[in-house]
Design a protein around this ligand. Structure first.
Ligand SMILES: Nc1nc2c([nH]c(=O)n2[C@@H]2O[C@H](COP(=O)(O)OP(=O)(O)OP(=O)(O)O)[C@@H](O)[C@H]2O)c(=O)[nH]1
Ligand SMILES: [Mg+2]
Length: 127
């Protein structure tokens, strides 16, 4: 099963907004950059806007593709489009009851992310 996913690295004042995946979700209990699956033939950028509105209540006004990562979890193959989100209207919250946090980029390694995120976390810290 191959799924295309759009995720937003929401940035403000050198901090990034992360969310905790619920225990019943794939890769549950790990932190993530909010986002979700693209609907059939939906471009990743459109999925990003839709998911960040649904999950965090923000309207993206400025974003750029940061990296595209393909990863095989064994039970699931994902193609992740990570976007840097530097402009948005509204204040992000956990609209689906998920735990959320603004964390300093330098502190990202204190949080456990899914394996597919490792190179992204490293790249952000070294940027
Ligand atoms: N949103 C998000 N998903 C990620 C990240 N890293 C990563 O491996 N994934 C994987 O990408 C897939 C995307 O899933 P999702 O669960 O957010 O999708 P969704 O919001 O449409 O979910 P739903 O099916 O629960 O409604 C999951 O298999 C998840 O494990 C990440 O940083 N953010
Ligand atoms: Mg999601």
């Amino acid at each position: 099963m191959l799924v295309k996913v759009a995720a937003g690295i929401i940035l403000r004042d050198n901090k990034v907004f992360i969310a905790l995946r619920k225990s019943n979700q794939h890769q549950g209990g790990l932190w993530e950059f909010p986002g979700g699956k693209c609907e059939s033939s939906e471009p990743a950028s459109i999925a990003l806007f839709r998911e960040l509105k649904e999950e965090c209540g923000i309207s993206v006004t400025d974003c750029a593709l940061f990296e595209k990562i393909s990863h095989d979890y064994g039970d699931k193959q994902v193609e992740l489009f990570f976007y840097k989100v530097t402009g948005f209207d509204g204040d992000p919250v956990g609209k689906e009851g998920q735990e959320v946090r603004w964390v300093a980029i330098g502190d990202l390694l204190s949080y456990e992310f899914p394996e597919a995120n490792m190179s992204i976390v490293t790249a952000l810290m070294n940027a």
